[in-house]
Structure formats: C-alpha cells, structure tokens
Design a protein around this ligand. Sequence first.
Ligand SMILES: [Zn+2]
Length: 424
Amino acid sequence: MHLLRTVPPRQLENICTEYNICIRDAFSKITGIFPSEANFIQFSRSVGRGGLGFRNPIFFSHIAYLASSINASTRDQTSLGDIDDIQSAINYVNEYVLSDNDIPYNIDSEFRIPKGKNENPSGRPKKHFMDIPSQHDLSCKLEDKQLKCAVNSALLAQNSALAAQLRSMSSKHAGAWMRVVPSKTLFLNFKPSEYIILLRWWMRLPQFAADELHRYIKCEAVLDPLGYHALTCKSGGDLIHRHNAIRDMVFKACQTACLTPRLEKHGLIANSNDRPADVYIPHLNNGKSCAADIAVTHALQPNKIFYAARESAGAATRYAIMVKDKKYKAVVEKQDHGIDYLPLVVDCFGAWDQRAINFFKKIAATISKTKFAPYSETISQLMERLSVTHMRANARALLCRYPRRCISDILPTMIEDLDDTDQK
Ligand SMILES: [Zn+2]
C-alpha cells in the first residue's frame, strides 16, 4: 500500500501485473478453480460488491497516488512526484471513478504546486481540508461504479440472471460468509468441499459440462450446471433443513437478546392450525408481540428475476410482500391480542429484505446493551452467523445433488470430506 501511495502508477504496472498473476495462481492451486477472464473481474471486486475480495492493485494505484498527492500538497504544502504523473492519476480518477454528477478534479484547483513548477497563481490551496478526497472514499466510488457498469451491461445484454445475481451478491451482508474468520469452536467454518462448491456457484462456474445430462435421484429432475434446481428442489428435505437452520439461528439470537422467544408457537390464529410465527417474541415493538416468519426465496425464479435484476434484494422484498404479507399480515394483526407480523425473507444468495435487516439491527442493539459489547461488532457477528448457516445449507443441497463423479472432478483432493455430507 505504501508503494501505491508514493510511486507513480506507471512505474508499478509490471509489479501489479506480476502480483495479480501470483494471487490468481495461488487461488487456482488451492481451490482447483481456474476462472476465465470474465470471472476474474468478479474475483477482484470486493466482497461487499459480490466479489471475492482479491483487489486488483492496478485499479487502486491511481487513486492511492492521487489521494496522497493531494494530501501532501494541501496539508504539508509539498508535492509528491511529477506533475505529469499527478495529471495522469487525475485523468484516471475523473474517467473511471467519478460519477456524472461529480465535479472533475483539476490540477490547478486541487494542488499547491511547488515554486518553479507551473506555480499555482493563488499560492494557496483552494480545497478545505474537509474536502480532500480520501483514498477510501475514492476506492468505494470506483468499486460502486465498476459494479454498476457490470449490472448495466448484464441488463443491456438481457442477461437478467447475471444482473440479479450481481445485485443479490452485492447486497448488504450477503457476502458475510466469505469474510468470516473461520472457527470450529464457534461453528463458523466450512468443510473444504462446501467452501469450494460455494465459490464455484458464487462465480457462476458450471458444476459439469453443458452437454452432460444428470438427474437428481430423488426427484428425477434434470440438474442444471449452475445449481438452480439444487437450491429450489423440494425433494430430499434440503429446503426445510435450510429454513430450520436459519430459524434456529434467529431464535438463538432472540434468546441472547433476552426476548424470551418461542419456537413455532401455535394457536396464534383463531380456529387455524397455521403457525405464522417461526419465532414468536412476546414483547418487541412498544410491548407488542411479534410473529417472525422466516423464508428463503430464489432470486432467479421466473416470477422474481425481474425485481431481483432491478433492485437490491428485489426477490426477497417481492416475496415478503406478495406471498408472506398477503397470506398472514392482515389475519395475524387482527387477532384480538394484536400481533405484529414480520416476514424475514432472504434470497438464496443472502440478500435480505430491508424489514429483516431492520429486525436484526434491533436484536443486535439489544444484545449489545445486555452484553456490553460494541453494536457494530454485534451486528456483524449476527449477520455472519446467519450467512454461514445459510450458505452451509446451500452447499449441502448442491453437494447432495451432483453425482460423485462430477464432484470428484471439481474437488479432486477433497472427496473424503464428502462422506458425511452427501446423499443425506
Ligand atoms: Zn429436485
């Protein structure tokens, strides 16, 4: 990072290229995954933007250099390096980082140029310290723009599946499973086979060649190489397993928050056996009870993909409103004890509907007060636990459905850890 901040980008190109090659080679050697060039664009996006977090330093060298140069020029009244290098970094940032609404950077207005080098006529830096762009802000802008371009090109190419997946994977907390520090003790770990099948699925890499025909033994359905059927298949109990695993995690979080939750409480709706509350909380908002109803939907389902491709967590929100609210909201709320009905819906890539995120924030705030733990840490840990639980269940559904031969092709060295995962 120090090099990126202090050495002109043009002098770093070769080193950055070499660095990228080393990282990609190491990734392929460890995972057995050999991504295409298109996959490498996702590979180098941050986890928060649906990538794998192996950032490409070439993209950030101009930003780091420009931010340091402006800082040095404005705060210390010195200039880093040559004006041509600074101008080239400015050109890069203006073209690839700033949005249409931003005012482009200009060497005359941002820099205090040292005497003898096209001296700034005013002699004073024109920017206030508060206006100095930080490297972090510019990097976020660059990544947002790259993601927006990727989504827009997918939409232009009428590839709704890719657009939907990009939006879902880049939604808040969706990539938490990848960021978590693995811990067996805290059950925040994946088996190698689980992690690798998830990486392949996340990167849209086929699990087998398109001309091969595979059926899932329990439902006889033809499997698709990208895992859509595996995560929507009603046979084999994997959907129920995934739902219950997430439900239990939500229940535990409510217990930790001392909210005395009840699991699958019945009798909430008069004269009905329906149980709209996966987790029932007797007192939540203004002392009112809450029926939290957990559901997982698939962002690429034909009736959801349009929404998923156009807004973050679009599939989850649509499902919460059109299916869950429609079925239970009115009926639960008009019971004489007046219960708040709250669907907690997530799509298969981990994009939660905003109402669910608000609920988790509330639970995390309560936990952080009772445990005297920082809120930011508490909410991250809660979302990480939910994400790992969810993705582990996805991995199980994917691994169970692919024939052992396909799995051994893509996971050559990890076949032994499948023995207690597959065919359950
Ligand atoms: Zn099936």
